[in-house]
Design a protein around this ligand. Structure first.
Ligand code: BGC
Length: 374
């Protein structure tokens, strides 16, 4: 944990971290699922593995152990309920005739853990890596055993080992024909942490480490340009989601880490507000508080806490009078003409977005502004 020097944090920043964790707790479903956004038309009633894993990590970091574990319990049930589907996927991949994308596991589930009946851009692998990462880091942080989640952990490892190299939708549910470096990084983080936890049997451990090495090698060749990570294999653009690979996923360090943070900072950060990528048009392509905090976590990892605190302050400035953080704000739009089209389609921007609150918490904790109880 890094100490912030020279700029003492305000009580307001601390209060927002506390009210954020209270808000997440109040909205967590009795099933353990974290709704992405309770009222937003397109997200209502669903929980994402990706959002949820980062939310659980934030809650774990601020000391809300039970909340994080209830989410991991929900993940476990979602995954073990689909064990037959996973066996088919793994066998088909081993036979050299992989199942179609539509037969792969979903990216979001209803709060009760069902598939739901609304269409979605469903085949995304990253969330299976992030849940493995979050549950492992949580167990390590609090000294808890992983036993209760082991059957789901093993199924997830088998699923990822069988299918990690397949193209799929990215974090933003776009570009399904590409292999995304953020997605690979999420899978690598999950396999790395679970391998280090030492809970896998020897053959499974061996397969996980082999895939981890293959992912690292692929990222180091086709996943980089000009010294930084890129959006997908073979691209030269950056995407802000890549900041997560530096921290909290911690799968990239050294020069690749500093060049990636520098590229995101110079190309996508405007006064503390971070865009997803250069050509984003979703709701006009605004600035995302959760990504501002992820860039902030990258600055912490690089030993630049003052820059990180600027990011935290910007994220705090997006909170509404009701104390809710949105998915994005429209202060600086990349494609203003597109904003109304999305508002007509799905309504006002998702607010609150629990993932935004969680990344704010995570950065506040990492900056050491929460005192000793976080
Ligand atoms: C974002 C996803 C996110 C989902 C739920 C989508 O608009 O692209 O990254 O998981 O919302 O928050």
């Amino acid at each position: 944990m890094t100490e912030v020097v020279n700029r003492p944090p305000t009580d307001e920043l601390v209060r927002l971290a506390r009210s954020s964790s209270a808000l997440i707790l109040s909205l967590q479903d009795e099933s353990g699922a974290y709704p992405a956004s309770p009222t937003f038309s397109a997200y209502r009633g669903y929980s994402w593995l990706r959002d949820g894993a980062f939310i659980a990590d934030g809650m774990s970091a601020i000391g809300e152990i039970d909340s994080a574990e209830r989410f991991f319990g929900w993940c476990s049930r979602v995954i073990t309920d689909r064990s037959a589907q996973i066996f088919v996927i793994v066998d088909a991949a081993a036979d050299g005739s992989p199942v179609a994308d539509s037969e792969m596991l979903g990216t979001r589930f209803t709060l009760a853990g069902d598939d739901g009946s609304d269409d979605w851009w469903d085949f995304q692998l990253d969330g299976y890596g992030t849940w493995l990462w979050a549950v492992s880091d949580h167990a390590l942080r609090h000294g808890h055993p992983l036993d209760q989640w082991l059957p789901a952990i093993e199924l997830t490892v088998d699923y990822l080992v069988s299918s990690w190299s397949r193209p799929c939708f990215d974090w933003w549910e776009e570009n399904p024909d590409r292999v995304h470096v953020s997605t690979l990084g999420c899978i690598a983080a999950g396999l790395d942490r679970i391998a280090r936890a030492g809970v896998l049997d020897a053959p499974r451990h061996h397969r996980a480490v082999e895939v981890l090495d293959a992912i690292r090698a692929l990222i180091a060749t086709d996943g980089m340009a000009d010294g930084h990570l890129v959006k997908w294999l073979g691209s030269s653009d950056v995407d802000s989601s890549l900041a997560a690979l530096i921290f909290p996923l911690a799968v990239i360090d050294g020069t690749a880490a500093s060049c990636t943070i520098a590229a995101i900072d110079s190309q996508l950060n405007v006064d503390g507000g971070v865009h997803r990528y250069r050509t984003d048009t979703f709701y006009g392509g605004g600035q995302w508080p959760l990504l501002s905090c992820m860039l902030g976590l990258g600055f912490v990892a690089l030993g630049e806490p003052a820059r990180a605190l600027e990011q935290l302050r910007w994220a705090a400035s997006t909170v509404t009078a009701a104390g809710e953080m949105p998915e994005q704000v429209a202060n600086h739009l990349r494609e203003p003409a597109m904003r109304d089209e999305w508002i007509e389609r799905w309504g006002a921007v998702a607010t609150p977005l629990l993932w935004s609150h969680a990344m704010y918490i995570r950065l506040a904790v990492e900056l050491g502004i929460m005192g000793n109880d976080a």
